[in-house]
Design a protein around this ligand. Structure first.
Ligand code: NAD
Length: 289
């Protein structure tokens, strides 16, 4: 029987735990945790993600200090806002919603965020801490994958894991986290030869590419754990209706996988839960020491 790894249910459980921690913090320190999400321009997907994050913040009692800038905002203006938020004691977490318009340098902006408020875990210092297995804020999507797999007691030690995708946001930190959990890890990417053979060896297969239907049944070892990070908007040409799908051909792969994450309801909600958790962690460390 295939196990469905229910990210939505676990995210709700984590949010309930966070409400308790936020309530305790509020009575101890007299203020709630604060998160500032910076959004530039009007990309509808980004706007939906930001709305989601702010709604989740409200649910657990995190105050939002988000700002929305027009697409023509300058690098200098954004840098100044980040510096202001770094110095604002009510703000425990800062994140810049990606992607940014092409005239802006997102990496340079990440360098400006105080590493202790870097709740997206993308500052080079936090990336370095991950590389060294040191404590630090971890990037939300791969952290969400690990948390979900741990919740279902998926074994990692000595297992062969394949991460497909090598972005700074997902693929690379994902591979490092699996390595830290003692899996034997490979990374595939757009230039990889014979993805099918590599994928068929994997006990744990993580796809973070952004191509619907990339992972077919022929690429999955029977009983493997399949994690679908991809989010793709697919429009039905007959009805004109759009729906979200992952990278995995779910209908064909689910019957032979040992465990699988759905899209939606898998890694998406876990990513938001990890963002909230990072914000509360940063709050507790900043105020509680
Ligand atoms: P990205 O475009 O930065 O990286 C995609 C990676 O896929 C690249 O490393 C590229 O080398 C690799 N790739 C491209 N074509 C390939 C192929 N045919 N075979 C193997 N590898 C190939 O994207 P990203 O930011 O890492 O995001 C990846 C996907 O995950 C997207 O669909 C994105 O929307 C989704 N995502 C989901 C969440 C979530 O919360 N669930 C969070 C972040 C990203």
């Amino acid at each position: 029987m295939t196990q469905t790894l229910d990210g939505k249910a676990l995210a709700e459980k984590i949010q309930t735990q966070l409400i308790t921690q936020v309530t305790a913090g509020q009575s101890q320190w007299g203020r709630p945790p604060g998160l500032a999400v910076l959004m530039v321009g009007d990309n509808p997907a980004s706007a939906a993600y930001v709305r989601n994050k702010e709604r989740a913040c409200t649910k657990v009692g995190i105050a939002s200090f988000g700002r929305h800038f027009p697409a023509h905002v300058t690098q200098a203006e954004l840098t100044a806002v980040i510096h202001e938020l770094n110095g604002d004691d009510r703000v425990d977490g800062i994140l810049v919603q990606l992607p940014l318009p092409s005239h802006l340098n997102g990496v340079a902006l990440l360098h400006e965020i105080d590493p202790d408020k870097d709740v997206d875990g993308l500052h080079p210092l936090n990336m370095g801490r991950l590389m060294r297995d040191e404590r630090g804020l971890r990037s939300c999507t791969p952290a969400g994958v690990m948390r979900l797999l741990k919740e279902y007691e998926i074994p990692f030690v000595g297992k062969e894991a394949l991460v497909i995708g090598r972005s700074i946001l997902v693929g690379k930190p994902m591979a490092l986290m699996l390595l830290a959990a003692n899996a034997t890890v490979q990374i595939a990417h757009g230039k990889t030869q014979d993805l099918e053979t590599l994928a068929r060896r994997a006990d744990i297969l993580v796809s973070a590419v952004g191509k619907p239907g990339l992972i077919t049944a022929a690429m999955v070892k029977p009983g493997a754990v399949v994690v679908d990070v991809g989010i793709n908007r697919v429009v039905n040409l007959d009805t004109g209706k759009a729906r979200l799908v992952g990278d995995v051909d779910y209908g064909a792969v689910a019957p032979l996988a040992g465990a699988i994450t759905p899209v939606p309801g898998g890694i998406g909600p876990m990513t938001v839960a990890m963002l909230l958790e990072n914000t509360v962690l940063s709050y507790q460390e900043r105020l509680g020491g």
